[in-house]
Write a protein that binds this ligand. Structure first.
Ligand code: AMP
Ligand code: GLY
Length: 426
C-alpha cells in the first residue's frame, strides 16, 4: 500500500517510524515531514493543510491511504474533500469527517456534545462577542481560577487560566473586541476550574468499535515543577501509573462509550484517532478537551508500546471492521524528553547545527523541528527540536537513559526539563 502521512512534528516521526515497520506499507510519503521522517519514507514539499495540492499528489502517486497527523486539515474538511471527489473517494482516510473534527474545532460544540451525552466535564457557559456584559456578569458568579477558552483552533494558545478577575475581564475583552485569537475568539467558553492530575487517553475508532491505546502523561509547562509558560509539550511518559484498571474502567464506561454512542447518534463518520484530555479529580475522570488526532509528544511514548501492525489497524479502521482487532500493548515503560530551542515558547533562533546524535544509544530520537542543509548537516528548524525516547522495564530506568542521552545531543541554546516523569514515579 502507498501511504501519505501529513504533518511535520515529533508525532509524525513516531507515526512514520511505526507505519514504516508494517509489511503492508510499500511506500510512505510524508508531507511536509522533517529530517526524521525522511529516514522512514520520502518527504514531499506540500503543506499539511494544502488540501488541493494533497489531493493532486494522491492522484499523481496513486496513494491508497491518507493518514492525517495534525488537526487543521481535519477541521478544514480534508476527509470530506477526499471522499466526495470521484477521483479520490477510494482512498482510505485516517481522520474524522469535518463534522467529527468539530469535537476539536469548536470548544462550544464539544461542550454541548458532552452535555447531551452526559459525559463528565466542567460546568460551563458559552458567550458570543455581543454578550460581553453577560459574560463578565457570569465570570463574577464563578470562583477563581477563571478558565476562558476561545471557541476555535488557536494553535494551542486559546485557553486562558487566571486567578485574577480583572485579568479575566481584560482577556475576555481582548478576545471579543480586539481579535486576540481572530474569529476563533469571537465565541468564548467560560468554565469551572477542575483541580486534579491530567492525562491523555487515546482511542482508535471506526465510529462503532474502538481500541483503547496506551495512555500517556504530557508535561506542558516550559519550567521544571510545571512552572512558566505553556508549550506544545516538553515530554511524556507511558503508561501513567495512576491510570490503573479501576480508573480506566470509569474512563471507558463514563466517557469513551458515550462518546462513540454520541457520534453514532449524530451520524458522524469517524475513522481515526480520538484524543481525550482528562482530569483525574479525586479518582473520577472529567473531560478537559477532545482532540481529533494523536497528541504530541504523547505519540512518541505511545507508539513504541503498541505491538500491533499499525497499518493493519488503520485498514480495519477505514473499513469499519475494527471489531476484529484487539490491542496488544507492551508492558514496558516509555519516557520521551523534548529538547527545545532556548527561548521557546517565546522568541528563539533556528538553524543551529545539531551534533552527537550518533552517540545516542538505547534511545530512539524522534525529530520534530529539524531539517538538513545542502551539506547534509542536521539543523534545528523549530522550537521543539526532538524527543529522546526510551523504552525500559521501569519508568525510572527509561527516564534515566533519556536524561543521559538528552545531555549528550548538542546544539546551541539547547534546553530540556530534567524533571519529566518524576511526579508519577514517586
Ligand atoms: P487545552 O488547550 O484545552 O488543552 O487547555 C490547555 C490546558 O489548560 C489543559 O491542558 C489544562 O492543563 C488546562 N485546563 C483547561 N481546562 C481546564 C479546566 N476546566 N480546569 C483546569 N485546567 C484546565
Ligand atoms: N500534547 C498535547 C497536544 O498534542 O495537544
Amino acid at each position: 500500500m502507498k501511504i501519505l502521512l501529513l504533518g511535520s512534528g515529533g508525532r509524525e516521526h513516531a507515526l512514520a517510524w511505526k507505519i514504516s515497520k508494517s509489511l503492508l506499507c510499500s511506500q510512505l510519503y510524508i508531507a511536509p515531514g522533517n529530517a526524521g521522517t525522511a529516514m522512514c519514507g520520502q518527504n514531499i514539499a506540500i503543506a499539511d493543510n494544502d488540501i488541493a495540492s494533497i489531493k493532486q499528489f494522491i492522484l499523481e502517486k496513486n496513494i491508497d491511504m491518507l493518514v492525517v497527523g495534525p488537526e487543521q486539515a481535519l477541521v478544514d474538511g480534508i476527509y470530506d474533500a477526499v471522499k466526495t471527489d470521484t477521483g479520490t473517494q477510494h482512498v482510505l482516510v485516517i481522520g474524522p469527517s469535518k463534522a467529527g473534527a468539530q469535537l476539536e474545532g469548536s470548544k462550544d460544540y464539544a461542550k454541548e456534545f458532552m452535555q447531551e451525552y452526559h459525559i463528565p466535564t466542567a460546568a460551563y457557559r458559552t458567550f458570543t462577542a455581543d454578550e460581553y456584559e453577560q459574560a463578565v456578569a457570569f465570570l463574577h458568579t464563578m470562583q477563581a481560577p477563571y478558565v476562558l477558552k476561545a471557541d476555535g483552533l488557536a494553535a494551542g494558545k486559546g485557553v486562558i487560566i487566571t486567578d485574577n478577575i480583572h485579568q479575566a475581564e481584560t482577556e475576555l475583552h481582548a478576545m471579543f473586541m480586539e481579535n486576540k485569537f481572530g474569529t476563533s475568539g469571537h465565541k468564548v467558553v467560560i468554565e469551572q476550574y477542575l483541580k486534579g492530575i491530567e492525562l491523555s487517553v487515546f482511542v482508535l475508532t471506526d465510529g462503532n468499535s474502538y481500541l483503547i491505546l496506551p495512555s500517556a502523561k504530557d508535561y506542558k509547562r516550559i519550567g521544571e515543577g510545571d512552572t512558566g509558560l505553556n508549550t506544545g509539550g516538553m515530554g511524556s511518559v507511558s503508561p501513567v501509573p495512576f491510570a490503573d484498571e479501576e480508573f480506566m474502567q470509569k474512563v471507558e464506561e463514563r466517557i469513551i462509550k458515550p462518546t462513540i454512542q454520541g457520534l453514532q447518534h449524530r451520524d458522524i463518520i469517524y475513522h481515526g484517532f480520538l484524543f481525550i484530555g482528562l482530569m483525574n479529580v479525586n479518582g473520577d475522570p472529567y473531560v478537559i478537551e477532545y482532540n481529533v488526532r494523536m497528541g504530541d509528544p504523547e505519540t512518541e511514548s505511545v507508539m513504541p508500546r503498541i505491538n500491533n501492525d499499525l497499518v493493519e489497524l488503520f485498514l480495519h479502521t477505514a473499513h469499519g471492521s475494527l471489531h476484529q482487532d484487539t490491542i496488544n500493548i507492551s508492558n514496558q515503560c516509555v519516557a520521551s524528553i523534548m529538547l527545545v530551542s532556548g527561548g521557546y515558547p517565546e522568541k528563539y533562533e533556528k538553524g543551529k547545527i545539531i551534533t552527537r546524535c550518533e552517540e545516542v544509544v538505547d534511545s530512539q530520537i524522534f525529530h520534530a523541528g529539524t531539517r538538513r542543509n545542502e551539506q547534509g548537516e542536521l539543523l534545528t528548524a523549530g522550537g521543539r527540536v526532538m524527543t529522546i525516547t526510551t523504552m525500559a522495564d521501569t519508568l525510572e530506568k527509561a527516564l534515566a537513559i533519556s536524561n543521559k542521552n538528552a545531555e549528550t545531543v548538542q546544539f546551541d541554546k539547547k534546553y530540556y526539563r530534567k524533571d519529566i516523569g518524576l511526579d508519577v514515579c514517586k
